[in-house]
Design a protein around this ligand. Structure first.
Ligand code: GLN
Length: 305
């Protein structure tokens, strides 16, 4: 029977052979997952014998990773903004650049006057945006939408895991048409599917072959969800309310134009660490429409399909 150290070296070699990124780290994370250790404990246990059952599970996971499956689907978790999220192949794996949107939303929401903001997270996937903002802003209540019932189950599990399930209401919906077109949200948050179908072939296979296409692709141009969402969002935003949209690479001018023609002003666009304009912050000017601030607003305007 191999030791933890032997298993680690075997895996690193297998993964290196097929050019998986960070082979040693991957081996450590898979061992940590199977042994229920943290990474440091894996490193201090390299002389321990690996139980048979764990060794065969480990080999199976290493082979799956070597044939391209994302590590996060193998371990079922992904960290986002310091919180652990459950992920399955039914949801997009949260990306670090999306933390930009979450952070900006948290800043705006913390400054909201009592009784706190009502937000909606459109296309929640794993729930990483909604759960993170709800966790950091105790006065916030939100609606969490996804077209996929399986994604909503995962988002619900993540909401329970982080103790915010009482403040986020899950609704299976295609964008915002299930809400009356009256001002009902203080913030509309969305990281839509924005990859152009035409770019499918140039995606890395770890993305293209394993992540849900419904969560990746925004039609042929990549802009189709923005084209539908933004006109639906504008009438549902209170005056003074914000829309925060994640952008795909090269989409800033087209999405800004869609936002401006809907009557919302583009306040800022934040770049990600690679210098790509990644998060658009739009604000509906005060006086455009009269919103009220009541925690029942969102609920009373919801119309079940
Ligand atoms: N809101 C989720 C995320 O940011 C899912 C996004 C999506 O599926 N396009 O990870």
């Amino acid at each position: 029977m191999p030791t933890v150290g032997d298993a680690r070296m075997w895996a690193a070699e297998e993964l290196r052979r097929v050019e998986v990124e960070s082979p040693i780290l991957t081996a450590d994370l898979l061992l940590a997952f199977l042994l229920d250790y943290d990474r440091v404990r894996v490193l201090t246990s390299i002389k321990d014998i690996l139980p048979d059952e764990i060794w065969s599970k480990f080999q199976a996971l290493v082979h799956r990773r070597a044939s391209g499956e994302p590590l996060q689907y193998l371990t079922g978790t992904r960290e986002f903004y310091g919180l652990d999220f459950r992920v399955t192949p039914e949801v997009l794996i949260p990306r670090p650049e999306t933390e930009l949107l979450a952070e900006k939303a948290i800043d705006l929401m913390k400054a909201w006057p009592p009784p706190g903001p009502i937000f909606v997270d459109v296309g929640t996937g794993s729930g990483c945006i909604a759960v993170t903002v709800a966790r950091h802003v105790p006065a916030a209540v939100g609606w969490v939408l996804d077209i996929s019932p399986r994604a909503l189950e995962i988002a619900g599990a993540n909401a329970r895991r982080h103790g915010v399930e009482g403040r986020v209401h899950m609704v299976q919906a295609d964008l915002l048409s299930c809400f009356l077109p009256v001002p009902c949200f203080d913030l509309i948050l969305c990281n839509p599917p924005y990859i152009a179908l035409d770019d499918c072939d140039s995606l890395p296979s770890v993305v293209r072959d394993f992540e849900p296409h419904q969560a990746l692709f925004g039609g042929r141009s990549g802009l189709e969800i923005y084209e539908r969402l933004i006109p639906e969002a504008a009438p549902r935003l209170v005056s003074g309310g914000y829309i925060l949209l994640e952008l795909g690479s090269g989409q800033v001018s087209e999405v800004s134009r869609l936002v401006e023609i809907s009557g919302i002003q583009v306040e800022t666009v934040m770049d990600d660490l690679q210098g790509i304009p990644r998060c658009l912050v739009g604000r509906k000017s005060a006086g455009v429409q009269n919103g009220q601030n009541s925690h029942h607003r969102g609920r009373s305007t919801f119309r079940p399909d």
